[in-house]
Structures are given as structure tokens and as C-alpha cells.
Design a protein. Structure first.
Length: 348
């Protein structure tokens, strides 16, 4: 008679204990993210270092995600919950509910007029004129605004035959950063300059025609002072001047170098405008890049890769102007990208 087989002991595997090391790593990664997030969450006029830090807010989603991963490895509940909330905040700021969107057209409204606009800061006129002219042709641009425009750049653009496709020009070149130019396929009417701004910000009226339909748009070529050293007060003043312009009657398009991102309170206040100037439906101005999901399509710097790219060049419109396209393009010679937007403007 054989002996019964030996019974192997049953091993019960318990839950892996929480790891202090992973949780500490998660906290170390999350701490600077939490610090900048606090500044982003509190609506205040922060000093210069904070303003500059806030420019890079979109990229905080990367370390926030890393911190959550480390926290999950550490298995400490409070660390996991804290880092999860931190990541959720970054995602909310990347795709906010209140970004502003075009209002739907009224039933029975006539077909809108298509208008493709492009803006570029030429970095003291050093941008490649041939590349600009080729981009205008390839993308069928109707209106081009240039910041930091110089006479030398204008001469090179003439040599690149830009005026063959954009024959109308209002230009005020300078040898410093304040020069500007507006090129257009359609007739231009000079409206004026925004007052009390160190850089020129010309306002023009464009009459766009498509078949028998006509649309009139007021355009502002934007170039605010950058928020550096003691000039931060002027930067805020420039954005306020843009807000006043945007609140004027008529359909408004403001495009150019705002030297501000969506994560700056001052820029969001500009998009909001004065409460009494909002549309009847409470609509805001529309940042076409934000509405098109362009948070990770940086416009500056295009040459210094040591810094993460940020979006400081924008196309902003009245809420009744819709859009059908948005893109960012590298142009040699300048540290800013060219920004294009295809607009659908209600016929007048």
C-alpha cells in the first residue's frame, strides 16, 4: 500500500507594501509643479518671475504625469490622490471649458466670406523673405501682418514678388523692433494706431470680396512689449489697449505677437473683455489657436531649443467669425513662427 503524496504548503501572497522611496520621488517631482500651479490657479497680478514661469504651464502636464506614475508605484493613497488632482488641473488648463468658441451662424444667413490671414514677427527684419512669399502663395493667404518690419525686409519681399499676390500695402518700417506692415489681396483702409504703445500696432479695415458677397473686417497688427524687467507695467497696458480695441463696433481680428500665453491672467482678461461689451449670449473673443487645440504648437522660440516652446503669437477674433483651419510654420531667420488661420467672416 503506497503512502499518500505530501501536500505542498499554500503560500498566500499579500499586497505589496507601500514604498516610501517611490512616494518621496513622486513628491519631489510634484512639488515644483504644485508651486507653479498655485500661481496659475490664483487670479492675481503676479510679479515678473511668476509671469515668465506661467508661460510654460502647458508643459507641466509632463512632470505631473510622471509624478502620478511614481505615486502609483509607491502605493501611498494620499500621494496618489494629490498627484492625480495635480495632473487633472494641468489637463483642465490645457483644454479649458471656457476657452471661447465661435457662435453658430443664424439660420438663413448668407454664405460667409473666406479669409486666410497670416502673421509673423520678423525679428528685426531678418526673416527669410523668400520663405514668407512662398508660404503666402502656397497657403493662399489674403492678409499678412508683419511685426518688427524694416525697409530692408520690405525690399526683399518686393524682390520675392510678394506684391504680385498681395498688392495692397500699408507699411511703416523702422530699424528697431517697432516697425510694422500689412499686406493684403483686398483693399486696405488705415484706421489708425493704438495709442500709448511703444511698438506700432496699426489698425486697418479690410474689405474682402467673394463672388457677390462682401465682408468688412477691422484688423489690428499686434506687438505688445514683452514682460521683462520694469516694462511689465507697459505689457499690461498694451493688453488693455487691445481689449479696448476689440470692444469697438464691427468684426474684429487681432493677430500678431502678444508676448502672452493663455496661462497669463492678463491675456485671459483680454479675451473676456469688459462684461458689458460681451455678446448677448455672453460670448468671448476667440483665440483660434486655443479653439483648434494648438496648445502644443509653439510659436516661440524657433531658434533657441534650450527652452520649451510656448504660444505667444495668436489670431484672435470676434465670436461671430468662425474658422476652418489653423497652422504654425517655421520661417528661417526669425525666432517666431508664422501663424495662419482660415476664417469664415459673415457677409455684410
Amino acid at each position: 500500500m503506497s503512502e499518500p503524496a505530501a501536500t505542498l504548503p499554500v503560500v498566500h501572497r499579500g499586497r505589496r507594501p507601500a514604498s516610501l522611496a517611490w512616494s518621496v520621488f513622486a513628491a519631489v517631482v510634484a512639488l515644483p509643479v504644485a508651486g507653479v500651479s498655485l500661481f496659475r490657479a490664483v487670479p492675481a497680478e503676479w510679479p515678473l518671475p511668476v509671469i515668465q514661469l506661467l508661460s510654460f504651464t502647458p508643459w507641466l502636464a509632463v512632470p505631473a504625469g510622471l509624478a502620478l506614475g511614481l505615486a502609483l508605484a509607491g502605493r501611498r493613497t494620499w500621494v496618489v490622490m494629490t498627484t492625480a488632482v495635480l495632473l487633472a488641473a494641468q489637463l483642465f488648463w490645457l483644454f479649458p471649458f471656457d476657452m471661447g468658441r465661435p457662435v453658430p451662424p443664424q439660420a438663413g444667413a448668407p454664405a460667409p466670406v473666406s479669409l486666410t490671414v497670416m502673421t509673423i514677427n520678423s525679428e528685426f527684419g531678418q526673416a527669410d523673405a523668400g520663405a514668407i512669399a512662398q508660404l503666402v502663395r502656397d497657403k493662399h493667404v489674403d492678409v499678412l501682418t508683419v511685426q518688427e518690419h524694416t525697409q530692408a525686409l520690405e525690399d526683399r519681399l518686393d524682390a520675392a514678388r510678394l506684391r504680385e499676390v498681395l498688392p495692397h500695402l500699408l507699411s511703416s518700417p523702422t530699424d528697431d523692433a517697432s516697425g510694422s506692415a500689412v499686406y493684403s489681396r483686398f483693399p486696405l483702409e488705415a484706421v489708425g494706431q493704438l495709442p500709448d504703445t511703444p511698438f506700432q500696432m496699426p489698425v486697418v479695415r479690410v474689405t474682402a470680396v467673394s463672388g457677390e458677397a462682401t465682408a468688412v473686417v477691422t484688423m489690428t497688427s499686434v506687438h505688445t512689449l514683452p514682460p521683462v524687467d520694469e516694462r511689465i507695467g507697459q505689457w499690461r497696458s498694451d493688453l488693455m489697449a487691445l481689449s479696448r480695441q476689440a470692444s469697438r463696433p464691427g468684426r474684429q481680428v487681432l493677430l500678431g505677437d502678444f508676448n502672452a500665453t493663455y496661462d497669463h491672467l492678463e491675456f485671459r482678461q483680454f479675451l473676456d473683455g469688459p462684461l458689458q461689451e460681451k455678446g448677448a449670449d455672453g460670448s468671448r473673443l476667440v483665440d483660434i489657436g486655443m479653439a483648434s487645440g494648438g496648445r502644443f504648437a509653439p510659436t516661440w522660440p524657433m531658434e533657441n531649443l534650450a527652452l520649451p516652446g510656448i504660444v505667444i503669437d495668436h489670431v484672435v477674433t470676434s465670436s461671430d467669425i468662425r474658422h476652418s483651419g489653423y497652422s504654425v510654420h517655421r520661417v528661417p531667420g526669425t525666432d517666431h513662427a508664422a501663424v495662419l488661420a482660415a476664417l469664415e467672416v459673415p457677409a455684410s
